[in-house]
Design a protein. Structure first.
Length: 411
């Protein structure tokens, strides 16, 4: 960037414009929610842990190879505009792929009635009413996703189903716990006196281990342990299948997060600050990266078990909102903790992460896969209108056959 230009004189101020705009449109949390919703539309009902893990593994492959490719192409020292131009080119190519190549996940809805109501005419004639309506719609859109996680009444009884509440709380706490990853870099620089190059090697090692787990190890395990469906291809799964899939995702997420918390707790209690031990435990924590896709899959299964399978897109939007809130809170929590404890006990950040992850495991253990409640939620009831139909009819695609698991991982 030339220093005598407008962009050169106000570089520090203008570089904030991009993050601000990205934040207003939702950023990475919105993108992840859209991707998960798109995948859910394109795959059959049930556990989607395998395809979610594969997609997330591809993300970590990009994170691991991106810095290496940039280091080979661009100058090793000093600033170069090529970093920004290369990033802009890849983002533009991704946008063109989504617009012109990536197909729609669902058929467009039928055209609605264009009749203008009397209320709409009054809104057009009165600017104050229009502003009031926009404000109400904005607040409703802001708070409505969170309502997805309210306890639901079990049909035919006075009991309430707290599965969605527990899953939402678990995902939020998990996102908060991930703030320890950025704090690990500060820990490595302060305790082990790592240079920038050594820190880069450590980060690449973590990303590579996560990619190996999500692309190789976890899909193989899921292929053997995933419950088999008892319904014929093309039909909506029964309560027994949904209960088995819910239970499987719950155990997978709980085991992954427990091992993750166990690795962090070992770092917190170990007395010898060895780089080898820290590397080993960090890689062990990375091999539990299946917890995030398992939580997303568990949320989709729980929503289907509540008889609201057609709202899976709204679910992942709500999960994106929770993720965004968690990413806002998490850095502050760990920054304050590390700043207060770095002089005497820098491992406090790992103790905090372990406590949060163990609490997530506790909440997940309360998720109920009761077949009776699922059967009541899926049973058509008189007077429900659209929801009285079969859940499979809420989708404009046919469920994929059972032998399509291998193809799912390639979509």
């Amino acid at each position: 960037m030339r220093p005598n230009t407008f962009f050169g004189r106000y570089a520090e101020q203008l570089i904030l414009v991009g993050p601000v705009i990205e934040g207003f449109v939702g950023g990475l949390s919105t993108f992840n929610g859209v991707v998960h919703a798109y995948i859910s539309d394109c795959t059959r009902h049930g556990s989607r842990s395998k395809i979610f893990a594969t997609v997330q593994g591809m993300v970590f492959v990009g994170l691991a190879t991106g810095p290496w490719i940039c280091g080979k192409i661009f100058p090793p020292k000093g600033y170069h505009d090529g970093f920004f131009f290369g990033s802009i080119s890849l983002i533009a190519a991704n946008i063109l792929f989504v617009i012109f190549i990536c197909p729609e996940s669902r058929f467009p809805p039928p055209p609605t009635d264009n009749t203008v109501s009397a209320d709409e005419v009054s809104f057009k004639n009165s600017p104050l009413l229009a502003i009031q309506r926009l404000s109400v719609n904005f607040l409703t859109s802001l708070l409505l996703p969170i309502s997805m996680f309210m306890p639901l009444r079990v049909p035919g009884s006075s009991r309430r189903n707290y599965n969605m509440t527990l899953v939402g709380l678990s995902l939020f706490l998990y996102i908060v716990s991930t703030g320890v990853y950025s704090a690990k870099y500060l820990y490595g620089k302060d305790v082990f006196k790592w240079t920038t190059a050594e820190l880069g090697y450590y980060m690449s090692t973590l990303w590579i281990s996560r990619a190996i787990n999500l692309l190789l190890f976890l899909p193989i395990v899921l292929s053997y342990l995933k419950p088999k469906s008892t319904t014929t291809p093309g039909q909506s799964p029964n309560a027994r299948d949904i209960s088995a899939e819910l239970n499987f995702d719950r155990y997978l997420a709980s085991l992954s997060l427990f091992v993750d918390g166990f690795a962090d707790s070992l770092v917190a209690i170990t007395s010898s600050r060895s780089q080898t031990v820290f590397y080993t435990l960090s890689c062990l924590s990375s091999f539990t990266s299946g917890g995030n896709p398992a939580l997303h899959s568990l949320g989709a299964v729980c929503l289907h078990a509540c008889g609201r399978g057609s709202e899976v897109g709204a679910l992942f939007g709500a999960l994106g909102v929770l993720s965004a809130i968690g990413h806002i809170i998490s850095p502050t929590v760990y920054a304050v903790t590390y700043g207060k404890s770095v002089a005497n006990y820098p491992e406090a950040i790992f103790a905090l992460a372990a406590c949060i992850l163990f609490s997530v495991v506790l909440f997940l253990s309360q998720v109920s896969p009761a077949e009776e409640d699922i059967a009541l939620a899926l049973t058509p009831r008189i007077g429900e209108g659209r929801r009285s139909r079969s859940i499979a009819q809420d989708y404009s695609y046919e469920a994929l056959p059972e032998n399509s698991d291998d193809e799912d991982t390639r979509n």
